[in-house]
Design a protein around this ligand. Structure first.
Ligand SMILES: CC(C)(COP(=O)(O)OP(=O)(O)OC[C@H]1O[C@@H](n2cnc3c(N)ncnc32)[C@H](O)[C@@H]1OP(=O)(O)O)[C@@H](O)C(=O)NCCC(=O)NCCS
Length: 147
């Protein structure tokens, strides 16, 4: 692994930071599959909890938590800028979202992990519980962690 980067995850703090947050999400998770801008967002953005790791206002890593029911949260849209992957930022975002879930009194996290990221989530204690949906031809796996 390349040198670890350290900066505390925090929610985006302005309209500009939110725009950059969604832009990174789109660039990492949608653009490579030729999906249009806007496809990186869903109807839960307003109520979800968002985290980014920023360098001079520019996000290097992002991720989101929303509540599924009274016990369970879902993490979605984890994306690290290609230039900064495998340097600990995705782990810091994931831990930050899990901490927020604990603050919200949730005790389980569910996510649909892309096949390429299953090992990453397993390192953080998630277990594959189902073969998840196929989005845009990408195989996903339902994964669960007890907090
Ligand atoms: C998957 C992703 C969020 C991980 O974030 P990251 O910052 O690159 O990962 P970290 O550096 O925190 O990695 C933590 C551990 O997981 C491992 N890991 C990270 N990405 C991995 C991958 N794709 N496959 C296997 N292991 C991986 C690392 O080896 C590391 O272990 P180590 O510290 O013992 O070496 C990031 O690489 C990414 O955005 N990838 C592209 C988009 C994507 O697939 N998002 C997930 C959608 S479900």
């Amino acid at each position: 692994m390349t040198e670890k980067l350290t900066a505390a995850p925090r929610p985006p703090q302005s309209a500009e930071e939110f725009a950059a947050y969604y832009e990174l999400r789109w660039r990492v998770l949608r653009e490579p599959w030729s999906l249009p801008r806007g496809s990186e967002r869903d109807e839960l953005e307003g109520s979800a909890y968002h985290l980014g790791i920023f360098s001079s206002g520019t996000p290097m890593a992002v991720g989101r938590l929303h509540q599924m029911d009274s016990r369970k949260g879902q993490i979605r849209c984890m994306a690290v800028d290609e230039a900064y992957q495998r340097r600990g930022l995705g782990s810091d975002i994931l831990r930050g979202l899990e901490n927020e879930a604990r603050l919200q009194d949730l005790d389980q996290i569910f996510l649909n992990g892309r096949g390429n990221a299953v090992l990453f989530y397993e390192k953080h204690g998630y277990e594959v519980v189902s073969t998840g949906p196929k989005f845009w031809g990408i195989k996903h796996f339902g994964m669960l962690k007890q907090l």
